[in-house]
Design a protein around this ligand. Structure first.
Ligand SMILES: Nc1ncnc2c1ncn2[C@@H]1O[C@H](COP(=O)(O)OP(=O)(O)OP(=O)(O)O)[C@@H](O)[C@H]1O
Ligand SMILES: [Mg+2]
Length: 361
């Protein structure tokens, strides 16, 4: 297990900043995912770590040792990239053994490590096949075995599941999680699939326009995003312009949301006053009939249903509170339940101040 530290590393191509100066640490054994829109610099950062491209500034350290000057093959990193490029004329076993042989390990050790790696991805019985005789998911597992065969302390993966269909992606996702757990390898993983990032990661590094937007554990990033971009990138959101003031007792915060005509006590508000945004996740709002009285501590808002979309396990409601559009996700409990949500009907929305979060304006 090794710690990976990236210090002020950046990359430009002529006028394009592919990665602004970035500093971050991946703890030993940590699973860190780079998540972000296309072109945000994920592959650039990974390629800089791998040594596939040279950085314009900064250094990269493994356990305190500067590896910036080393070529890729001397950095001791495992790599799994999207186009897995197995050697087509070599068998599964030969593909996995290739990197070990290149390192001139004794043949008994090559054999033992190859078999161990194939067992980890559960492909022992496929050892003598050629890549073209395997499914896409099996080929991807060979690529994984190849990267893990020499037991690197750090593995880099760039959208390794991108080319696979949904079922295989699911299967591989759990395989990767299992290997990470069993081997304690540090992983830097690139994806733009939110669910993959949420399921696999110890922390997510959200990237936007060649910069790190926020690094946080999945739940923290989802419930406590720092910026509008982070709030909108993960999941669905309601964001309302708001003003944060010091509460009456001097310590707590109060948030005035003009569009909804409410003022909330908001202890978890950002530590800045003035114009901000209030994030209210659609699943944190409860829908109730107009005659019901709100439980203590919850704010009740009168709302009109605009539309109702049945999504299976959840139902998405678009509503209006005055002129303001609010979206709500409700767990679908029964058919009868759904029939209550008719466009034009008035309902109440119950908002728990504890589930509101203030985001930088
Ligand atoms: N060799 C290159 N020459 C010029 N510009 C490049 C080069 N490689 C990357 N870029 C630019 O750098 C930026 C970051 O690219 P990068 O490949 O890191 O994005 P990404 O986050 O991996 O995107 P995707 O999700 O589409 O793979 C983009 O604007 C891209 O066009
Ligand atoms: Mg990329």
């Amino acid at each position: 297990m090794q710690e990976l530290r990236i210090e002020g590393v950046s990359k430009r191509y002529d006028q394009v900043t592919a990665l602004a100066a970035t500093t971050l640490t991946v703890a030993a054994g940590e699973f860190l995912t780079l998540l972000g829109p296309s072109g945000s610099g994920k592959t650039t950062l990974l390629s800089l770590i791998a040594g596939l491209i040279a950085s314009d500034s900064g250094r990269i350290l493994i356990d305190g040792q500067d590896i910036s000057g080393l070529p890729p093959y001397r950095r001791g990193l495992g790599m799994v990239f999207q186009n897995y490029a197995l050697f087509p004329h070599l068998t599964v076993m030969e593909n996995v053994a290739f990197g070990l042989q290149a390192r001139r390990l004794p043949s008994s050790e090559v054999q033992q490590k190859t078999q161990h790696a194939l067992a980890m991805v559960r492909l022992e019985s496929f050892a003598q096949r050629l890549p073209k005789e395997l499914s896409g998911g099996q080929q991807q597992r060979v690529a994984l075995a190849r990267a893990l065969a020499y037991q690197p302390a750090i593995v880099l993966m760039d959208e390794p599941l991108g080319a696979l269909d949904r079922n295989l992606r699911e299967e591989m996702k759990f395989e990767i999680a299992r290997l990470h757990r069993e081997l304690g390898t540090s992983v830097v993983y690139v994806t733009h699939d939110q669910e993959e990032a949420l399921v696999l990661s110890d922390r997510i590094c959200l990237m936007n326009q060649a910069r790190v937007e926020q690094i946080a554990a999945p739940q923290a990033l989802y419930f406590r995003p720092r910026t509008r971009f982070a709030a909108e990138f993960l999941g669905e959101s309601n964001l309302f312009a708001c003003e944060v003031q010091k509460g009456d007792d001097g310590t707590a915060f109060a948030v005035t949301v003009a569009a909804l005509g409410i003022r909330l006590p908001c202890p978890a508000a950002a530590a800045q006053y003035g114009n901000s945004l209030l994030l209210l996740r659609p699943e944190s709002i409860e829908v109730a009939g107009t005659a019901q009285s709100a439980p203590a501590g919850l704010l009740a808002l009168a709302a009109r249903i605009e539309s109702c979309q049945f999504l299976g396990a959840t139902t998405r409601l678009m509503l209006r509170v005055g002129e303001t559009e609010v979206r709500v996700l409700q767990r679908t409990t029964s058919l009868v339940d759904l029939q209550k949500f008719k466009p034009g009907e008035m309902v109440q929305l119950w908002v728990d101040p504890a589930r509101c979060h203030v985001v930088e304006g």
